[in-house]
Design a protein around this ligand. Structure first.
Ligand code: ATP
Ligand code: MG
Length: 570
C-alpha cells in the first residue's frame, strides 16, 4: 500500500472529500463524533504526502495542551514527526518572545503571570462592603472576556454594553485598571496579553509579520466554535493574504462563551472567505444509535437542523433514573461502575461527567470506599485553592471545640473569613463553584467531627490531611472524574451524567438569560455525545446540604427535552 492509500484507508466519502481538499479556505462544520479531529490528522498527512505543503510549514491549533499532544501523536502515527500542534497561546508566546529582545533594547522576555489569582485576590479583598467577597475567579472571567475582545479599563464601560460584571460596572473598571497597573509595575504579562501583544506586533511590525508568515503557511484549527475574537484576529494575521486555512468545529458544542468565545467565526466563515469550501460530515462513528437518538432529541429542542446519523451497531438503551436521595444516586453509579469493570470494561473507559469541579468529591470518596481506581482531570479536591484556604482557616477555631460545636465554629469562621453562607444561592460561575466546594468540605468536616463522642479540631485536621494524602495516592489511573467542560473532544465506552437537577444543570436556573440556558443545554449535549455505548443520566429528588438539612430538588428541565418522564414514582 502506498502512503496516500494508507492515509485514505477507512475514510467515508465525506471524510475523503475533506481530507483531499488540501488548499484554500475550508470549513468542516459537523456534528459530534463525526470524525472532525480524525479528519484533521489525516488531511494534514495527505497534504504533506501529496506535496501540498512541506511538513515544517504546518501549524495545527488545538484547544488544550493535551489535545496538542494527542494531535502530534496521531500525525506521527501517520508518518509525520515534525508537524507542529500547539494552542493559540503557546504558538503566540513563542513568536512574541522570539522577537522580544530585538524589539525591547535587548531585554529578556517578561515573566508570565500564569495565574491571575495571585495578583487579583488581594485587590478583590480591598473592594468595598460585601463586594470584598466577590469570587476572584468571576472577576478573572470578566477580565478575560474583556481582553478577548481587546477591551481595556478605559473602553470597557462604553463597549461592554449589556454585560453584568460581578460588581458594579464602576467598581469593576477600577479593579480591572488596578490589576493592569499592578501587573505592569511588576513587569508581568498574562496569557491574554500574550495574545494581545502578538496581535499588536503582527499588526504593526511588518518585518516580524513577514518572518512569522514565512515560518507557517498552512493552518488548521480544531474546536473552532470556541475561538475568541482575539484568537480569530491572530489567526487572520498568521494567514496574511494567503488562503490555506482549515477550520473545524460544531456550533452546537460551543461551551466557552463565558470566556469570550463565539461560534460566529465558524458559522460566518463562508461569508468572510467567499471562496471557502464548506464540508459537512454527517455520519457519527462514536456512539450507538441509542445514544445518538437521545443526543438528537436534545439537538432538535434547540432548533438545530443537524441530526447525527449512526453507523455503529445497536447497544443498550441509555439509562435514565431518578433517586430518592443523592446518596442513593451515588451508590447506584458506583455499583454500576463496579459491574461494568467486572464485565470487562476498562476502568479508564468509564467517565463520570459533572457540572462543577466540587461535585467530583462525593464520587471520589464513594469510588475509594469500593476500591475502584479513579483519576481526576483537573485539580484534585484537596489541592484546590479554596479548599486549602478553608482548611487553613480552621486553625483559627478554638482548639478545644469538638463535635457539633466544632462544625458550628468552622462554619462561623468560614462565614467571617471567606464570606461563606451555606444557605445562600450565590451568583456567578465561581461563586457557585466555591459554594459547592465549601459545602462539600463542610459536609466532610461534619462527617469527621460527629463520630463517637465528637472529634476535636486537631483530630479532624489530621483526618483531612490523611484524606488529602489518600487522594494523591489514589490518583493513578482508572475511572475518570471530570467536568463537562473538560470532556470536550473526548470519548469513553461508558458515560455517567449524574445530578441532572435544576441548580446543577442548568447550574443557575433563576435569573439566567436565554443565552446562558442555551449554553447549559449545549454542555449536556457535549456530555451525552461523549458516550460510545453506555450512557446513564440520573438525578435525585432530595439532597442533604452541607449543614445536614434535606432539601427537595427539581429534575433538570432538559430531561423534558430528552423525552424522559420525571414524574415521581412511589
Ligand atoms: P467531537 O465533536 O466530539 O470533537 P469529532 O467529530 O472530532 O468529535 P473524532 O473524535 O474525530 O470525532 O471521531 C469520533 C470517533 O469515531 C473516534 O473514535 C474516531 O476514531 C472514530 N472514527 C471517525 N471516523 C471514522 C471512520 N471513517 N471509521 C471508523 N472510525 C471512525
Ligand atoms: Mg473532535
Amino acid at each position: 500500500m502506498t502512503d496516500t492509500e494508507r492515509i485514505l484507508e477507512g475514510l467515508n466519502d465525506e471524510q475523503l472529500a475533506a481530507v483531499t481538499t488540501v488548499s484554500g479556505p475550508v470549513a468542516i462544520i459537523a456534528g459530534a463524533g463525526s470524525g472532525k479531529t480524525r479528519v484533521v490528522s489525516h488531511r494534514t498527512a495527505y497534504a504533506v504526502a501529496t506535496d501540498a505543503v512541506p511538513e515544517s510549514q504546518v501549524l495545527l491549533v488545538t484547544f488544550t495542551e493535551k489535545a496538542a499532544r494527542e494531535m502530534k501523536e496521531r500525525v506521527r502515527s501517520l508518518g509525520l514527526g515534525r508537524v507542529m500542534a500547539r494552542t493559540f497561546h503557546s504558538a503566540a508566546m513563542a513568536q512574541l518572545f522570539y522577537f522580544w529582545p530585538s524589539r525591547h533594547d535587548g531585554d529578556d522576555p517578561p515573566e508570565v503571570l500564569a495565574d491571575k489569582w495571585r495578583l487579583l485576590a488581594p485587590l478583590a479583598r480591598r473592594l468595598p462592603g460585601g463586594y470584598r467577597f466577590t469570587p476572584t475567579r468571576d472577576l478573572i472571567d470578566e477580565i478575560e472576556w474583556a481582553k478577548s475582545r481587546r477591551l481595556t479599563p478605559s473602553t470597557y464601560l462604553a463597549r461592554a454594553v449589556g454585560r453584568t460584571p460581578p460588581t458594579t460596572p464602576d467598581l469593576f473598571v477600577r479593579l480591572f485598571s488596578d490589576y493592569e497597573r499592578t501587573k505592569q509595575r511588576r513587569g508581568l504579562v498574562d496569557f491574554d496579553d500574550i495574545l494581545g501583544l502578538t496581535v499588536e506586533l503582527l499588526e504593526t511590525d511588518q518585518e516580524a509579520a513577514a518572518l512569522v508568515r514565512s515560518r507557517y503557511s498552512w493552518f488548521t484549527v480544531d474546536e473552532y466554535q470556541d475561538t475568541t475574537p482575539l484568537q480569530a484576529r491572530l489567526l487572520e494575521l498568521w494567514l496574511g493574504d494567503r488562503r490555506d486555512l482549515c477550520v473545524v468545529g460544531d456550533e452546537d458544542q460551543t461551551i466557552y462563551t463565558f470566556a469570550g468565545a463565539t461560534p460566529e467565526h465558524l458559522t460566518g466563515f463562508a461569508r468572510r472567505y467567499p471562496d471557502a469550501v464548506v464540508l459537512p460530515l454527517l455520519t457519527n462513528y462514536r456512539s450507538t444509535p441509542q445514544v445518538l437518538a437521545l443526543a438528537n432529541k436534545l439537538l432538535a429542542s434547540t432548533g438545530s437542523v443537524k441530526t447525527l446519523v449512526a453507523t455503529r451497531d445497536g447497544g443498550p438503551e441509555p439509562v435514565t433514573r431518578s433517586f430518592a436521595s443523592g446518596a442513593e444516586e451515588e451508590a447506584y453509579v458506583v455499583a454500576r461502575i463496579k459491574a461494568l469493570v467486572e464485565e470487562g470494561v476498562a476502568a479508564d473507559e468509564i467517565a463520570v461527567l459533572l457540572r462543577l469541579n466540587a461535585q467530583t468529591a462525593g464520587f471520589e470518596s464513594a469510588l475509594a470506599r469500593e476500591g475502584i481506581p479513579y483519576q481526576l482531570r483537573g485539580k484534585r479536591f484537596f489541592e484546590r485553592r479554596e479548599v486549602q484556604t478553608a482548611v487553613r482557616t480552621m486553625e483559627r477555631v478554638p482548639e478545644e471545640a469538638s463535635g457539633e460545636a466544632l462544625v458550628a465554629a468552622v462554619r462561623a469562621e468560614w462565614g467571617r473569613q471567606l464570606g461563606f453562607d451555606p444557605d445562600e444561592e450565590p451568583e456567578g460561575r465561581e461563586g457557585r463553584e466555591r459554594q459547592a466546594t465549601l459545602s462539600t468540605l463542610l459536609a466532610i468536616v461534619s462527617q469527621l467531627a460527629l463520630v463517637g463522642e465528637g472529634a476535636g479540631r486537631d483530630e479532624v485536621a489530621a483526618a483531612l490531611a490523611e484524606r488529602a494524602e489518600r487522594e494523591r495516592a489514589d490518583d493513578a489511573g482508572g475511572v475518570e472524574l471530570l467536568t463537562l467542560h473538560r470532556a470536550k473532544g473526548l470519548e469513553w465506552d461508558a458515560v455517567f451524567i449524574p445530578m441532572l437537577e435544576e441548580g446543577s444543570l442548568p447550574v443557575s436556573p433563576a435569573g439566567e438569560s436565554e443565552d446562558a440556558l442555551a449554553e447549559e443545554r449545549r454542555l449536556l449535549y457535549v456530555g451525552i455525545t461523549r458516550a460510545r455505548r453506555q450512557l446513564t443520566l440520573s438525578w435525585a429528588v432530595e439532597r442533604v446540604s452541607a449543614i445536614g438539612k434535606s432539601g427537595a430538588k427539581r429534575p433538570s428541565r432538559f430531561l423534558g427535552a430528552l423525552g424522559v418522564s420525571t414524574a415521581r414514582t412511589a
